[in-house]
Design a protein around this ligand. Sequence first.
Ligand SMILES: Nc1ncnc2c1ncn2[C@@H]1O[C@H](COP(=O)(O)OP(=O)(O)OP(=O)(O)O)[C@@H](O)[C@H]1O
Ligand SMILES: [Mg+2]
Length: 251
Amino acid sequence: MLEIKNLHATIAGKEILKGINLTIRDGEVHAIMGPNGSGKSTLSAVLTGNPLYTVTEGSAYFNGKDLLTMKPEDRSHEGIFLSFQYPVEIPGVSMTNFMKAAINAKRAYEGLEPMKAAEFLKLMKEKRELVGIDKKLSHRSVNEGFSGGEKKRNEIFQMAMLEPKLSILDETDSGLDVDAMRIVADGVNKMHTPATSTIVITHYERLLDMIRPGTVHVLYNGRIVKTAGPELAKEIEQRGYDWIKQLSTDD
Ligand SMILES: Nc1ncnc2c1ncn2[C@@H]1O[C@H](COP(=O)(O)OP(=O)(O)OP(=O)(O)O)[C@@H](O)[C@H]1O
Ligand SMILES: [Mg+2]
């Protein structure tokens, strides 16, 4: 699914990613943890093609295709979805129209006709129910005036609509109450198939109790310094990151 080798990236001339190696196979769920500022959001931004970041070294292949030379929208059409740590508001664009445009852009990329109106509405209903979001939200402008929790839930709804191959959830738990976290986790779990993969970026073991990754990585100072099973998340919850920082070889 995803193969990252020795990935280095900078922003504003400052090196943030300092040699990331990460392989994710079909059907796997990986968690990435790590202290604030370690580069977790940077990694997801680089994978989805955020132009603020410059890749200076290394490679990232997605299902055999060179991700780093692909336009951001093509990465999305190929099946990468990023749920943002801070979702943006798009005033004046209804959720319905936004989703229709996104789905039809993906279909055009695949050489398909736009989706029929009836089929689209059926899909919207099905996915709304899956994620448990209110119908009223789909008539409102994208994220405008949504509460933090509603924005996060809406991101999962968008993910469900687009049926990505690889979903990257960047701290989808922050700002969610426990019930909303359960709904998000259930949505993610229900969408998971042997052909899809998920990267969950989080600070909390609680979300990982619900999503259950097979592999947990700790990112520290731009490098993955530890990789283990789900028990690593529990250990971090109890011990913090200090003991892991000592595993890092430099500064
Ligand atoms: N425009 C910028 N100019 C300079 N440094 C930046 C810029 N954007 C991000 N950084 C730095 O990049 C580093 C990594 O940030 P990143 O957002 O990837 O961390 P993170 O691991 O996601 O942290 P958190 O857990 O707080 O979300 C931080 O030190 C941050 O200050
Ligand atoms: Mg972050």
